[in-house]
Design a protein around this ligand. Structure first.
Ligand code: PBG
Length: 364
């Protein structure tokens, strides 16, 4: 039945009516609050590009855990800034690593808090990549690269310097290194087991190596952590929205980028394959990341798979909201609530967000 019998505005007339028919609700129970743990004591160092987000020493993370709990936030996800970085990510799997220490302290002080451990190596590797790096064999010099490309394209006489320029540019972008998949898995297994030993409740691999969920599941089971769930960052896109995080976690790659392991932002079918494989390998929950630019991926995953789906509202999403709000260009509170609601509406049950505390206060 159409207008005038049907008038959709009837149910929008008052706050009580709108609330009664609201389809999507936001509650702090859906939130996961990320923390960046650093060495020292009494340290609270604000991240320049993420106002309101801090690098925190272990004692300060415990304070944050208490506050999060008092606001009804059930879970934290921990990232670490180790004392030292090396080529085998020792800080990630060291029994006394920074995240292991924080997890123990948080579980001792706030036992009900769900502590999620992000499993990745980039914060602990001297080169900032998420896996073991081996140099591979591209052309070894500009001359060699130029010879290759002038063989491919017939170079006219006089155009040679140009060809050399082009070859030099190409060489600069050529991968001369490789992120070695299977060698990385061993380090991820060690990291996961050591986090579980430190009391971490959920293991969340974010490295995007192939086969890591199966490898981690097996390692956890062998170490008798068969009850520890895996939340896999299954569809993690290679995104410019991670920029501020790399400052917060000091994890920017020192050369190249992450495109050989994180997904191409154009691919939704491949995202479904990634999720499907992680489920087959034993993931208990899957994550889509970033959130707002990939709401369609969240919605497609929700339609297709029957396990809890998480979404990560990443550092760049947070930074954009904060920057616009600081300029009084948007209403901060309303933009926070609206962006989180849209992620829930798309189908995420769990949202990792730097706005967790602010949003919980808004909802109070
Ligand atoms: C580790 C990791 C990253 C994020 C979560 N885990 C960074 C990256 O992949 O470069 C990004 C989170 C954010 O931007 O808030 N690999």
């Amino acid at each position: 039945m159409a207008f005038p019998a049907t008038r959709l505005r009837r149910l929008r007339r008052t706050g009580a009516l709108r609330s009664m028919v609201r389809e999507t609700r936001l509650t702090p129970e859906n939130f996961v609050y990320p923390l960046f743990v650093c060495p020292g004591e009494g340290v609270r160092k604000e991240v320049r590009s993420m106002p309101g987000v801090f690098n925190l020493s272990v004692d300060e993370t415990v304070k944050e855990a208490r506050e999060a709990q008092s606001l009804g936030i059930p879970a934290l996800i921990l990232f670490g800034l180790p004392e030292k970085k090396d080529e085998i990510a020792t800080g990630a799997w060291d029994e006394n690593g920074i995240v292991q220490r924080a997890a123990r302290a948080i579980k001792a002080a706030v036992p009900d808090m769900v502590v999620i451990g992000d499993v990745c190596l980039c914060e602990y590797m001297s080169h900032g990549h998420c896996g073991v790096v081996r140099s591979s064999h591209g052309p070894r010099s500009v001359g060699a690269a130029a010879r290759e490309s002038s063989a491919a394209v017939a170079v006219k006489r006089g155009a040679v310097p140009k060809a050399i320029d082009a070859a030099a540019a190409k060489l600069a972008h050529q991968p001369e290194y490789e992120i070695v998949n299977d060698a990385t898995l061993e380090l991820l297994e060690k990291t996961s087991v050591s986090l579980a030993r430190a009391g971490v409740d959920i293991i969340a691999p974010s490295d995007m190596m192939d086969g890591r969920v199966a490898a981690i599941r097996k390692a956890l089971d062998e170490a008798q952590f068969e009850n520890t769930p895996i939340l896999s960052y299954a569809a993690k896109f290679s995104s410019a929205f991670y920029g501020p995080f790399r400052e917060a976690a000091d994890s920017a790659p020192q050369f190249g980028d992450r495109r050989s392991y994180q997904m191409d932002g154009a691919n939704i079918r491949e995202a479904m394959r990634e999720i499907e494989l992680d489920i087959e390998e034993g993931a208990d929950m899957v994550m889509v990341k970033p959130a707002m630019p990939y709401l369609d991926v969240i919605a497609a995953a929700r339609e297709r798979f029957d396990l809890p789906i998480a979404a990560y509202q990443v550092s760049g999403e947070y930074a954009m909201i904060e920057a616009a709000a600081r300029n009084n260009w948007v209403d901060r509170d309303r933009v926070i609530a609206e962006s989180l609601t849209s992620i829930r509406r798309a189908g995420a049950s769990v949202i990792v967000t730097y706005h967790a505390k602010d949003a919980a206060k808004l909802l109070d």
